[in-house]
Design a binder for this molecule. Structure first.
Ligand code: AMP
Length: 362
């Protein structure tokens, strides 16, 4: 597997490990994260490899930090309980991204606890996993339970996430193509170890921007974790996620994270502008969810179709990995102005097929 394909980041590694564990086909990755600086495995990726190694009882070569080459040979997907720690503020949700598809076909229920960052730049915020990814997976028959015990922010991390999933026989295909109307905007704004006024200020500004576009955010949860609360993060942090619910089906998610020197109002503006941009694309699947659903579409029993705001290198990487493991199963249709439709003839993967498949070039 060529890690330099498409976005050339961690996505190829995560999807390769998941599909290797699922199919039983060993994988040899080269050029891991060569388009990133520094290249190779970082702590978070190493945790993902360790997690997949434990979940699938695999043997692995090339696991040292900075490694750009890895051999992963899975044996058995047992499920059960796993506790993992990224050691830093490494993203817990990206570790989950690798684990979840394999958890769906483990021999028994898997319950995993991951310690690390829960709200990191360049990774799905845990709130996105709970409010956008999980409901979409539920439509495909995967009832993922996600509990956020404590948030973790850069640099100290220390956040705790628990995820549980019962195995399924097959994954159901998904159809998310129509955007008729936006029914409601809701979300969550959070802070930890920061003054109490931050959360209401982010929310107020986000609401003001939405109102300029005639949108009301009905229901934004506000979460303030002070020192002394068991939910208080080790490092300070704040952010906001807004979701837009689409008729007939679909949830769009936009988020913004606070950082030193960025005002609470700016965080609120960013998230509202982000959501308005997504709504303007008139597609029921945002580009992040687009790449995150690809692997499930490949596994599903039947044809899935999603319409996304645009194609991204992350989607291309996911499709590349899936087609290396299976065969050509994806068709892409792009429209002028950006939106695209991704269709997949799902493989109808089931546990009986473990070990009977071998990777082959597309
Ligand atoms: P990589 O860049 O290869 O480490 O992959 C990043 C992953 O995180 C992709 O699956 C992205 O869709 C996802 N991601 C990054 N930023 C966000 C965000 N703000 N909201 C949701 N998902 C995100």
């Amino acid at each position: 597997m060529d890690g330099a394909y498409g976005e050339g980041g961690g996505q190829i590694l995560r999807m390769s490990l998941a599909l290797s564990a699922l199919t039983g086909a060993p994988v040899h990755l080269r050029n891991i994260r060569v388009k990133r600086s520094p290249p190779g495995l970082r702590a978070q990726h190493r945790t993902a490899v360790e997690a997949m190694t434990r979940l699938s009882d695999a043997s692995v070569k090339g696991l040292e930090l900075g490694s750009t080459e890895l051999e992963f040979t899975p044996r058995q997907l047992k499920g059960g309980r796993l506790a993992l720690d990224t050691g830093t503020a490494g993203s817990t949700t990206l570790v989950l991204q690798s684990l979840l598809p394999a958890m769906a076909f483990s021999e028994k229920r898997t319950e995993v606890q991951i310690t690390g960052g829960t709200n990191n730049p360049l990774a799905p915020p845990i709130d996105y996993v709970q409010r956008v990814l999980a409901p979409s997976l539920a439509k495909m028959g995967l009832q993922v339970k996600i509990d956020l015990v404590r948030r973790g922010f850069y640099p100290r991390g220390g956040g705790v996430v628990r995820a549980a999933l019962d195995p399924v026989e097959t994954v159901q295909p998904i159809q998310l193509t129509r955007f008729e109307e936006l029914t409601c905007v809701s979300g969550i704004a959070y802070s930890s170890r920061l003054p109490k006024h931050i959360v209401p200020r982010m929310v107020r500004r986000a609401r003001e921007i939405l109102r300029l576009a005639d949108l009301e955010a009905d229901d934004i949860d506000m979460e303030v974790a002070d020192q002394g609360s068991p939910r208080c993060a080790l490092s300070p942090g704040c952010g906001i996620l807004l979701t837009g619910t689409i008729i007939p089906e679909g949830v769009l998610g936009a988020d913004s994270l606070g950082e030193l020197g960025k005002s609470a109002e700016r965080v609120g503006e960013e998230v509202a502008e982000g959501l308005l941009r997504l709504i303007g694309q008139k597609a029921p699947v945002d580009t992040y969810l687009g790449d995150q659903l690809i692997i499930y579409m490949a596994l599903a029993d039947g044809r899935s179709t999603i319409r996304v705001g645009g194609l991204t290198p992350h989607m291309e990487s996911c499709i590349y990995v899936c087609e290396r493991f299976f065969r050509r199963i994806f068709t892409l249709t792009t429209e002028r102005g950006g939106p695209a439709t991704i269709t997949c003839e799902g493989t109808g993967f089931s546990v009986e097929e473990r070990g009977s498949r071998r990777s082959r070039p597309p």
